[in-house]
Design a protein. Structure first.
Lengths: 310, 358
């Protein structure tokens, strides 16, 4: 197949960048859902991360501080969700949706003064000349630090959930909160930690959008990426490795279809534009359809409120 | 955003009771926006129009707006809500609101509707648009002169006549300025998605393009071009001057304010009637933003001369001989395109590659 003017190396390098916000948000939400909490506010947390990250970067001229602020801002918002759902036992679906609406609104308000500003660009890492290597250089050794961080986070989450004691407690809380409680584990405490982690990851993803990919602040700039992250967690049947696959498939095909159009390859544009959604869902459904049914793979206590008296 | 609308509605309600008491009912003016007012492009300029209306009429008007209304069923809900809140005139500012506007207008015969960039009218529905393609011709000329790689990229939103006219106009005039020019078009199927617009710009640049034109509403492609370096862009809908003098070397600015003031006044006077308005550079609805010093002086002079020739009517953007993409004759020598053909344009002109999606 002739790919015309498309350079596969640049393509892979840019698909990794394009996928990172979704990957970060999805890996955070995976941990939240494995603890039995359904937080539909990912979109709201991402955009709050995007705006706080942007504002702090503009004010301090330091992208690193911006990323930290983005993560903290979204964590703060996620803790509001935590208090409402864990302490006051509000409905998780309604609260999550509310969080998204609130996040979109408050980010627009906070960002008003910052709409048309520019930030210092945050440099990619160059590994002592390794980035000059053909093919592998631009892909593996010349990315933004957050791209590496997102990959490390995926491995960390996989390792944490599979092998550590805390990870097993988190899964136990997600599968059967009454049993975990009876064993003396703190259900609420575990869930708060998971919610905060999810918030920080979503915030980082949002800040990556406003500081690296776009890079500027515009109202509503997440444009539904939080929802895609949520969908990827479900289709990945709550497994860290598959979240990586799903996010890279989605981001990769999104970038590929734009490149195919730019190179003038004769494939109908309608097909190309829907391909990221179709292929990601298809692949994830196929790999998860082998054994137990998809619904059987969801954490058993997902979305259910916990009260110690129950 | 919903919250803001709610506040606006609450404010509107309190003001209505307050003002009605002394017998002066303000004219209520509603706007439905497809993006956020801070998009820096399309919706931003419509909102500037709203602010101009407010400025002009003071407390004789009450304005309300809803941002980021999806094109589709939800748009009908938003318009109905505005009509129920007592709006006297509602501006629906995106092509995709066409059928919803007609549907809602049927239910509220006393409310005036103004739909931007569409072609369906009714007794209480007017349409209005700007001849953006006149500005596109000027951009095309600059693009053809500025490109080093002879490859120009165009980020297109939806395959509707307005967008296709823009592609044809810029390609035609780029080709006149530089016969070797080629154009790649990317359809992103969105008016506003900064990350996707940025990815599209990067894809074009990675494929060798060094001039990027956009028909989407955010400034993200400008930022992508700035980062890549050496890539020329143009402001779209709004001046986007924060990216001047380079990469943004010029822009098309939509100036809706005079039209909005005019139409609101017509409602107040009771002289409003359904009509179709399609204004271009001459009446000032389409403005060409400052051409920066990054453009060589002779190219700048040519571009300004072209702008003035279009404004005076001396030059029509689409003048024959001109063929369609398949080689068939569209316009004979010296013939100019009539408004009907332009309004329904659904084909590429000769030389453009690729197909227009349905």
């Amino acid at each position: 197949m002739d790919f015309g003017s498309i350079n596969p190396v640049l393509l892979i390098a840019s698909l990794m960048v394009a996928s990172t916000p979704i990957l970060l948000a999805a890996i955070g939400e995976l941990v939240v859902e494995r603890s039995g909490v359904l937080n539909l506010g990912v979109e709201g947390m991402m955009i709050v991360g995007a705006v706080t990250g942007f504002i702090v970067t503009v004010e301090t001229q330091s992208p690193a501080l911006g990323f930290i602020a983005g993560a903290l801002g979204a964590t703060l918002l996620s803790l509001v969700f935590g208090v409402l759902t864990q302490v006051f036992l509000s409905n998780q679906v309604a609260t999550g949706l509310g969080l998204t609406l609130f996040g979109l609104g408050i980010s627009a308000l906070m960002g008003q003064e910052y709409a048309q500003l520019r930030t210092p660009t945050s440099p990619r890492w160059e590994f002592f000349g390794l980035d000059e290597l053909p093919v592998i250089g631009p892909i593996a050794f010349n990315q933004h630090p957050l791209v590496y961080l997102s990959l490390i986070l995926v491995i960390f989450v996989w390792w944490f959930l599979k092998t550590t004691r805390s990870g097993m407690i988190l899964r136990a809380v997600g599968e059967n909160h009454d049993a975990a409680h009876a064993l003396g584990y703190s259900v609420i405490g575990t869930r708060f930690a998971a919610i905060a982690f999810g918030g920080a990851c979503a915030g980082l993803g949002g800040a990556f959008l406003s500081l690296v990919i776009v890079p500027q602040w515009t109202d509503g700039m997440t444009a539904g990426r939080g929802w895609i992250a949520l969908a990827i967690v479900v289709f990945a049947s709550w497994k860290a490795g598959r979240v990586l696959l799903g996010a890279y498939l989605f981001g990769g095909i999104s970038v590929l279809q734009l490149n195919l159009q730019a190179a003038g390859i004769a494939i109908p544009v309608e097909l190309l534009s829907m391909s990221p959604y179709l292929i990601t869902i298809l692949v994830l459904v196929i790999i998860s359809s082998g054994r137990a049914s998809a619904s059987g793979q969801a954490p058993a206590s997902l979305g259910r409120a916990f009260h110690a008296s129950g | 955003m919903k919250k803001r609308t709610f506040l606006a509605a609450a404010l509107a309600a309190t003001m209505a009771t307050g003002v009605a008491a002394d017998g002066h009912e303000p004219t209520k003016v509603g706007f439905i926006y497809v993006g956020p007012i801070g998009d820096g492009g399309w919706t931003y300029e419509h909102h500037q129009g709203l602010l101009a209306v407010q400025e002009e009429f003071g407390d004789k008007v009450e304005t309300m707006y809803q941002e980021s209304v999806p094109e589709g069923a939800d748009a009908e809900r938003a318009m109905t809500q505005m009509a129920l809140q007592g709006a006297d005139i509602i501006f629906t500012t995106s092509f995709g609101y066409m059928d919803p506007t007609i549907n809602v207008a049927e239910k509220f015969p006393d409310v005036k509707f103004e739909h931007a960039t569409g072609y369906k009218r009714a007794d209480n529905v007017s349409t209005y648009s700007a001849r953006f393609y006149e500005g596109r011709a000027v951009q095309g000329h600059i693009a053809g002169k500025m490109t080093q790689s002879n490859k120009i990229g165009y980020i297109a939103s939806f395959p509707i006549p307005e967008v296709i006219r823009g592609i044809n106009a810029s390609y035609l005039w780029a080709k006149k300025a530089n016969p070797d020019v080629e154009m790649s078009v990317i359809w992103v199927y969105t008016w506003f998605d900064p990350a996707k617009e940025a990815d599209a710009a990067k894809a074009l640049i990675e494929n060798g393009v060094d001039v990027v034109l956009q028909h989407t509403d955010s400034t993200a492609p400008q930022a992508a071009a700035a980062e890549a370096g050496g890539v020329v862009t143009f402001g779209q809908a709004s001046d986007m001057s924060e990216y001047a003098p380079f990469p943004r070397v010029s822009s098309i600015i939509d100036n809706w304010a005079p039209y909005y003031i005019d139409r609101v006044r017509a409602v107040m006077d009771g002289t409003w009637e359904s009509k179709d308005t399609w204004d271009g550079i001459a009446p000032g609805m389409v403005e060409i933003g400052e051409i920066t010093d990054a453009v060589p002086a002779d190219v700048k002079a040519e571009a300004l001369a072209l702008r003035d020739a279009i404004a005076s009517g001396e030059t029509h953007v689409f003048t024959g001989p001109l063929n369609k993409q398949d080689g068939s004759v569209w316009l004979a020598d010296g013939e100019t395109a009539d408004d009907g053909a332009l309004a329904g344009m659904d084909f590429y002109i000769e030389g453009l590659t690729g197909d227009i999606p349905n």
